[in-house]
Design a protein around this ligand. Structure first.
Ligand code: URA
Length: 191
């Protein structure tokens, strides 16, 4: 099975997961991008636009994310973009801990298939599902972290940073570190 086929199989399981949906005909948003991506971005949960289209980060936060990708010479299709929660929570509320626990295996499977060199968390929800022992997002954003043989970069969520001047600049600055971090990760894998 190719990586693409394996990712499609995960997307099919997400679409068939009746327990994940908040109402019967809700659209799944499994994630999308390059199956061979070296960098994976993980957000929180789909919003209204994502539920409508079945695609992650296609609203205002997604546009901002694309601009930041372009600023470091990447296109959306170079990376893989996903969320920990695969369906839009009612009223756009934060995902509940049990929802994260139940849906996380889908994301873990996607990571295992893609094997990205770097996983960038967008916001505290995805970060704390993996790095809750490392500090809060305001303490560790922008820091390259290695845990269990995987490299991580916690970033502020683009939706939170979009209209907050200070946070926006911090996110832009943190994003600019990605190329240097990728060089460092490649150099360390050679030693
Ligand atoms: N916010 C997220 O965390 N994910 C999306 O897909 C869109 C907005």
């Amino acid at each position: 099975m190719t990586k693409e086929e394996a990712l499609l199989a995960v997307a099919k399981r997400i679409a068939e997961c009746e327990r994940c949906k908040y109402y019967p005909d809700q659209n799944p948003v499994p994630g999308e991008g390059n199956p061979d991506a070296q960098i994976m971005f993980i957000g929180e949960a789909p919003g209204a636009k994502e539920n409508e289209t079945g695609r992650p980060f296609v609203g205002a936060a997604g546009k901002f994310l694309e601009e930041m990708l372009n600023s470091i010479g990447l296109e959306r299709q170079d990376v893989f973009i996903a969320n920990i929660i695969k369906y839009q929570p009612p009223g756009n509320r934060d995902p509940l801990p049990e929802e994260i626990r139940f849906q996380l295996p889908f994301l873990l499977k996607q990571i295992a298939i893609i094997k990205p060199k770097l996983i960038c968390f967008l916001g505290r929800h995805s970060m704390s599902a993996f790095l809750s022992d490392q500090g809060t997002i305001s303490q560790i954003h922008g820091q390259l972290i290695r845990k269990d043989n995987q490299w991580y970069l916690p970033l502020y969520h683009p939706a939170a940073a979009l209209y907050n001047g200070g946070m926006r600049q911090t996110l832009l600055d943190d994003f600019q570190k990605i190329p240097e971090y990728m060089d460092r990760i490649s150099a360390e894998s050679l030693t």
